[in-house]
Design a protein around this ligand. Structure first.
Ligand code: TAP
Length: 454
């Protein structure tokens, strides 16, 4: 068994060494999950709901511990980490209500009746990225368990600590052994095994579009069910008739939250030309006001990037001669820091404008009218998120309908809530998570005709 070091991105120090799961150990875990699921699906809906509520209570009781682990492992500001741990509790509570409400249908047919059942898929593999280790784990874990599946989670190699602790809390809450397992280790070993193993009936993958494509090809071999949540390059569209002060004040948080390591980051600001100068004047103090520093401090709004190599990849989008219009601050010394950075003007073919940077770098591009704004917003292979700022209800609805993205906000910089559906258009993914219908993705519909003729 080999171990790997988990590092603190704010100090570059080791937090812990973690044993990496081998392919053989992954196979053994899948075997345990198959056996555990046979019993889990027979647990009555009320008892399954009760166990999920106990799991939520365990998470709630350990919220501060989980938050502190995330600060150390991921460099998330402690306020954000507390919210993330709270989200795991909330998502578990929300889906704890599902088993008792999961019902099939009765369909009138000639010669009998037809009933449908929602059957669990079996074993579900969750492959989780490093940017939001807790929320993204919970989005797959909670509805999959509620639907009667066993779940195996593979956290990102760099950020396994909160998932491992949540696995222990599940056992503490009384979930039977094998129903929820966490296997830390490499994507190319453990993640790949979940994709390739025929006993895993569904994969939920959140990560890069590049790896998502490989996972999709792997799942195709088994016609395996798949949810993909992939990259983004979302637009923040500001029309001249909007509340420009509010749009500029919130634009930094729409892209620099989690140091820009957010699939929903609005990393292309599109501003109507007639208000561009005013918007830039207001954006400057807003960007410079973002508090970047020690993630353990309550006032910190932005922490470091996740790793040295990721910082290198972000920095490559801001070479010496880059058109830096505004630059915020970042600490000196150890830690993988990068200051909030606004690039303008940028060419529509420049990598900073076209590629997902996944760091605190945003571009500002002017447009003349609504049609041009929609054209620019849609001129990307991605379609995950975005914002529209306007004082006109009609325009808000027209533009929201025209932008090809799964999660939009009007006059707000955030659109993700666990009780509303979430997912991407185009190369941002396949399928929807969250919201009241999430269990559909973790069940198969079975249709049974019952003849009534004697
Ligand atoms: P990836 O490199 O794609 O990694 C995501 C997960 O896949 C990690 O757990 C990784 O394991 C694993 N993995 C890597 N290669 C694999 C393989 N061959 N088979 C199975 N699993 C494999 O992404 P990332 O860099 O962690 O995350 C950033 C990307 O995720 C961005 O593009 C971002 O937009 C996207 N993202 C999307 C969303 C939504 S909801 N749409 C949310 C967050 C992030 P290792 O840790 O060992 O590499």
């Amino acid at each position: 068994m080999s171990t790997f070091a988990v590092l603190n991105p704010a100090t570059e120090q080791q937090v812990r060494a973690v044993a990496g799961t081998t392919a053989e150990e992954a196979d053994a875990a899948i075997g345990r999950a198959v056996a555990a699921q046979r019993a889990w699906r027979e647990v009555s809906p009320g008892d399954r709901a009760g166990l999920l509520r106990s799991f939520a209570a365990q998470v709630d009781a350990h919220r501060e511990e989980l938050a502190q682990l995330e600060v150390a492992n991921s460099g998330h500001p402690v306020g954000a980490a507390r919210w993330e741990a709270g989200q795991v509790r909330d998502v578990l509570q929300y889906y704890a209500a599902a088993p008792e409400r999961q019902a099939g249908r009765q369909i009138p047919v000639a010669g009998g009746i037809d009933v449908t059942f929602c059957e669990p898929i079996g074993v579900v593999g969750l492959i989780v990225p490093w940017n939001f280790p807790m929320p993204i784990l919970s989005w797959g874990m909670a509805p999959a368990l509620a639907a009667g599946n066993a779940v195996i989670a593979k956290p990102a190699e760099m950020t396994p600590l909160t998932a491992l602790r949540i696995g222990e809390l599940a056992l503490g809450a009384g979930l039977p052994e094998g129903v929820f397992q966490v296997l830390p280790g490499k994507g190319s070993v453990v993640g790949q095994r979940l994709v390739d193993h025929p006993a895993v009936g569904k994969i939920v993958f959140t990560g890069s579009t590049e790896v998502g494509r490989q996972i999709m090809a792997g799942c195709a071999q088994h016609v395996k069910r798949l949810t993909l949540e992939l990259g983004g390059k979302s637009a923040n569209i500001v029309f001249a008739d909007a509340d420009i002060e509010k749009a500029a004040a919130t634009a930094p948080y729409a892209v620099f939250d989690n140091a820009g390591q957010d699939c929903c980051a609005r990393s292309r600001i599109l501003v109507q030309r007639s208000v561009l100068d005013r918007f830039m004047e207001l954006l400057e103090p807003a960007v410079q006001g973002v508090k970047v520093g020690d993630p353990a401090l309550a006032e910190t709004e932005m922490g470091p990037l996740i790793s040295a190599s990721h910082r290198e990849s972000v920095a490559a989008y801001v070479p010496e001669n880059a058109p830096v219009a505004i630059r915020g601050s970042a600490p000196d010394g150890p830690g993988w820091w990068f200051p909030p950075t606004v690039l303008a003007p940028v060419g529509l073919d420049s990598p900073a404008y076209t590629q997902e940077i996944f760091g605190p770098v945003v571009t500002v591009t002017p447009f003349d009218d609504e049609a041009e704004a929609i054209g620019l917003a849609n001129d990307t292979p991605y379609g995950l998120s975005g914002s529209i700022w306007t004082g006109s209800v009609g325009r808000a609805i027209r533009v929201a309908r025209a932008v090809q993205a799964g999660n939009l906000s009007v006059n707000s910089h955030s659109s993700v809530r666990y009780w509303t559906p979430f997912g991407g258009f185009k190369q941002s993914g396949l399928g929807r998570e969250l919201g009241p219908d999430a269990l559909d993705a973790f069940t198969e519909t079975k249709n049974v005709f019952i003849a009534t003729a004697d």
